[in-house]
Design a protein around this ligand. Structure first.
Ligand SMILES: O=C(O)CCC(=O)C(=O)O
Length: 267
């Protein structure tokens, strides 16, 4: 990417709170990500495909390899600088016919981060279109403070909560249309969500939350007892002493992990 394209992307992000990058990952890697979803679902019967979350990734070499891909880190670096760690990652895979919606929310209201310096890359594992429940964002709302959440279980939905509806002007929402292999980037304060998938097409995306190594993950409750956040990995550059304790990168073990291109050499 040229310096000019890079600065245009950062300008759009600063102005609108999001930006799209098409054709980021190659078809082979995206097919592996799709196979990974099938593998995870087989290993975790009873987990809905919208809920393949970060606690499953501590000992998953393919997952760590995927979020460490240089093409993704090069994008993240434009927004958060060269010292990059992973905070969390989650497949939100909406099956055809009954894929659950994600109600309007601001991500930062859910996250134990200090300061709230974090960026999301949302990787399209399938084409993500209005008809299969692509992400929708309200441009410019990243300049709002975090407004908190309220529970909502009236409809089956991925987060069981939402931002109080008085903050949402849905008429200003834009569809985040991506082809498989494309990526959107969004700010932790932007108001966003997605509709149910009632189409015949699956809609799978991988959320990837990258932090600069100056952002502390606050260990609370159960995580504090375990002493280390399950998806904290140092991915590029230097850690800051005393801020986070990072997990070792899992090594590939045949028969235990999903095989992937280069798995024997990957570390
Ligand atoms: O995948 C979706 O539909 C919503 C994703 C989302 O809310 C997020 O990445 O923060």
């Amino acid at each position: 990417m040229t310096a000019q394209a890079r600065s245009q992307a950062v300008e759009q992000y600063e102005r609108e709170g999001y930006v799209l990058f098409q054709n980021v990952l190659d078809e082979t890697l995206i097919q592996e990500a799709s196979d990974h979803v099938a593998w995870l679902l087989e290993k975790n019967p009873g987990v809905r495909p919208e809920h393949l979350g970060h606690t499953l990734m501590t000992n998953d070499p393919f997952w760590v390899r995927l979020v460490s891909d240089d093409r993704l880190l090069d994008i993240a670096q434009q927004f958060i600088g060269p010292n990059i760690a992973l905070f969390a990652s989650h497949y939100i895979c909406k099956p055809p016919g009954d894929g659950q919606p994600v109600l309007w929310h601001q991500d930062g209201s859910y996250w134990p981060l200090e300061p709230m310096e974090v960026i999301t890359l949302w990787l399209a594992v399938d084409d993500s279109l209005p008809e299969n429940g692509c992400m929708r964002l309200i441009p410019g709302t990243h300049t709002l403070d975090l407004k908190g959440l309220q529970p909502n279980t009236e409809v089956a939905n991925v987060l069981s909560s939402e931002i109080p509806p008085e903050y949402v002007d849905e008429s200003k929402a834009v569809d985040c249309v991506l082809r498989r292999g494309g990526v959107s980037v969004h700010h932790p304060n932007i108001i966003h969500g997605s509709n149910a998938n009632t189409s015949t097409l699956r809609r799978c995306g991988l959320t990837i939350r990258y932090i600069p190594t100056t952002t502390r993950i606050l260990l609370k409750g159960k995580s504090a007892k375990e002493g280390r956040w399950p998806s904290a990995f140092l991915l590029r550059g230097e850690a800051v002493p005393g801020i986070n304790d990072y997990n070792p990168r899992p090594r590939y073990i045949p028969g235990v992990h999903m095989p992937f291109r280069g798995c024997e050499e990957w570390q």
